[in-house]
Design a protein around this ligand. Structure first.
Ligand SMILES: Nc1ncnc2c1ncn2[C@@H]1O[C@H](COP(=O)(O)OP(=O)(O)OP(=O)(O)O)[C@@H](O)[C@H]1O
Ligand SMILES: [Mg+2]
Length: 253
């Protein structure tokens, strides 16, 4: 679907200004943010997505940022706009973490950053929980298995570089399933200091946690909890490829 884009010059005024300075900003702050966007070569924003900010449609919203679709040159990108009430004082640390996960091909590609904006690859997709809910018909089992496997491989790659996402137990918010790519998102709570538990957290969230496990059970019969837990235990002891592949086998992936 073609998106319609609005010049960022229009974002000085209501209602658009609330996107750049959510939840509250002075007109000076807004103007300075528009300047910042111009420096990043962001020319226009498209008000599209499944989340609403007042009456405006956006890609998403969390406690740190408001995420919108935008154009950098002729390319569609996602822009994470720092909320004025965010606990974080800048976006650069998150950009650094994103760059690091990109080094093993995980996450939306980090494209540019400034104090208040993180520019990244736009993932055209939906939250995993909504995606699972919408799955039905022929090919569901195959699609579901390959998507889960892709996500677990991302997690394995992160485990290998000693990188812990930190919020994967809440998987519904942190995985986007796209048409061409499914990926983890939102690495601002990540750490290279904690022991990584990406594979374990995601496996538990998908197969053992209540919500999604039940849905998935309807599409293909999950292995028993005991089997999954023993596979995880073995993997936790030694995060080797062999143990990871054994876990995939237990999960019938
Ligand atoms: N690259 C992207 N492409 C498309 N949509 C995205 C992208 N990044 C984020 N989103 C959407 O925006 C939402 C909010 O993003 P994100 O989780 O990074 O914000 P946050 O403020 O850090 O959230 P939280 O408070 O949960 O930590 C996501 O749930 C997702 O729907
Ligand atoms: Mg976050």
């Amino acid at each position: 679907m073609a998106h319609s884009f609005i010049s960022i010059k229009k974002f000085v005024d209501e209602p658009y200004s609330q996107i750049l300075g959510y939840p509250k900003a002075t007109s000076r702050q807004i103007k300075s943010r528009i300047n910042e966007l111009e420096k990043l070569k962001i020319k226009s924003i498209s008000l599209t997505g499944t989340t609403k900010l007042g009456k405006l449609e956006i890609l998403g919203k969390g406690y740190v940022g408001v995420v919108v679709l935008a154009k950098k040159g002729s390319k569609e990108v996602a822009v994470k706009i720092r909320r004025t009430d965010s606990q974080r004082s800048e976006m650069k640390s998150e950009a650094k973490l994103l760059k690091l996960v990109n080094s093993c091909n995980v996450g939306p590609k980090m494209l540019d950053v400034s104090k208040n904006f993180l520019i990244m690859e736009y993932i055209d997709g939906i939250k995993i929980i909504d995606w699972v809910n919408e799955l039905n018909g022929i090919g569901s089992v195959k699609k579901l298995k390959s998507t889960i496997k892709n996500i677990l491989v991302d997690c394995y790659n992160l485990d290998q570089i000693g990188f812990d996402h930190g919020e994967l137990s809440n998987i519904s918010k942190h995985v986007i399933v796209g048409k061409t790519k499914s990926t983890l998102i939102d690495f601002e709570s990540s750490s290279v200091k904690r022991r990584p538990s990406n594979v374990t957290s995601v496996t538990q969230a998908i197969f053992i946690g209540s919500g999604m496990a039940k849905k998935i059970q309807k599409i293909y019969k999950n292995p028993s909890k005991e089997k999954i837990i023993s596979g995880l235990k073995q993997y936790k002891q030694e995060k080797s490829l062999e143990n990871f592949e054994n876990l995939l086998k237990i999960l019938k992936l």
